[in-house]
Ligand binder design. Structure first.
Ligand code: PHE
Length: 341
């Protein structure tokens, strides 16, 4: 019987050390230690032994059981550790690998230029207004002193929605002057950027849709010197100190006197080239002192208040700012162009 116990121990330990997974271990437990297992079968024969032999044999059987159980327990932890290790290896994640760079977009040159212009005027205490692109003739023309028959009201220049020419795509941001005077009392200091529309053919300097920034100041004692000082300050902040401007007399129905402001051409430095059409100068904006009749129509007493206004082309400003030679590049959204800013 002693030998039988030893055989069971040897076979069990060999089998346990060879077990490949927990299921195999469980099978061995049943085979050796279970109710119908080999060890139990031996114990059942204890009765056949002489009474004095029983304690020693019982002890020996318990030792074998304990040895097998210990071996199984160790095998179970080893298998679990191995399984965990295999899983960790299979799920390896190298957190030190550098990430893949996502291509990031950035602001359009027009947005950058507009942002800069806004910053400049906000810094001088101006508010930024927004207004409708579908506008009424009342604001776009009538209250800007552009009477019936004024050339800019012509169907060949303006996009109208109705046959009476009362509703249109605004042809300028100047209606925002009127809207500002309707909404506010002097002192008024506003800029109003936005899209405007004219029936122009597309070329290097024209597009049927473009952007303007309107500006207006109304207060007591405002003069043309304030207008020139403010615009020169804007140009220097936008294009750098020493940027040369010139003011030329002009005509607008809603300003008196009126002028246009040019900036020296960035391509040729004033000598004349295709970008400035040989002029040496690039026209940037129209401006002037707000016409007394315009003030009056908006209920502001021109004997007490005066004001100035300007309207600048944003595309031209951006072109000068980023040295862009063709307006069409701004709208084509070619990534090779846009990536340069
Ligand atoms: N609205 C004018 C234009 O589109 C520009 C302008 C604005 C002129 C304000 C004078 C004052 O040409």
């Amino acid at each position: 019987m002693k030998e039988l116990l030893e055989t069971i121990r040897r076979e069990a330990l060999t089998a346990v050390s060879a077990a490949a997974d927990p299921a195999a271990l469980e099978e061995l437990r049943v085979r050796f230690l279970g109710k119908k297992g080999q060890l139990t079968a031996v114990l059942k024969q204890m009765g056949k032994l002489a009474p004095e032999e029983r304690p020693a044999m019982g002890q020996a059987a318990n030792d074998v059981r304990a040895a097998i159980e210990a071996a199984m327990e160790k095998a179970r932890t080893d298998l679990q550790a191995k399984a965990l290790e295999a899983r960790l290896r299979a799920e390896t994640l190298d957190v030190t690998i550098p990430g893949r760079a996502e291509p990031l977009g950035h602001r359009h040159p027009m947005s950058i230029a507009l942002e800069e212009i806004k910053e400049i005027f906000i810094g001088m205490g101006f508010d930024v207004l927004d207004g409708p692109e579908v506008e009424l003739a009342e604001y776009n023309f009538d209250r800007l002193n552009a009477d019936e028959g004024h050339p800019s009201r012509d169907w060949s220049d303006t996009f109208y929605f109705d046959t009476d020419s009362r509703v249109m795509l605004r042809s300028q941001t100047s209606p925002m002057q009127v809207r500002a005077m309707d909404a506010r009392k002097p002192p008024i200091r506003i800029i109003a950027p936005g899209r405007v529309y004219r029936k122009d053919e597309v070329d290097a300097t024209h597009s049927p849709m473009f952007h303007q920034v309107e500006g207006m100041v109304i207060d007591k004692g405002v003069t043309m010197a304030d207008l020139k000082g403010t615009l020169n300050l804007m140009v220097e902040q936008l294009y750098g100190k020493g940027t040369v401007t010139r003011f030329r007399p002009h005509h607008f129905p809603f300003t008196e006197p009126s002028c246009e402001m040019d900036v020296q051409c960035h391509k040729c430095g004033g000598v004349g080239c295709p970008t400035c059409k040989g002029e040496g100068w690039i026209e940037l904006l129209g401006a002037g002192m707000v016409h007394p009749r315009v003030l009056e129509m908006s209920g502001i007493d021109p004997t007490v208040y005066s004001g100035w206004a300007f309207g600048m082309g944003l595309e031209r400003t951006a072109m000068r700012r980023f040295l862009i030679s063709d307006l069409r590049l701004i709208f084509e959204n070619d990534i090779r162009f846009l990536e340069q800013f």
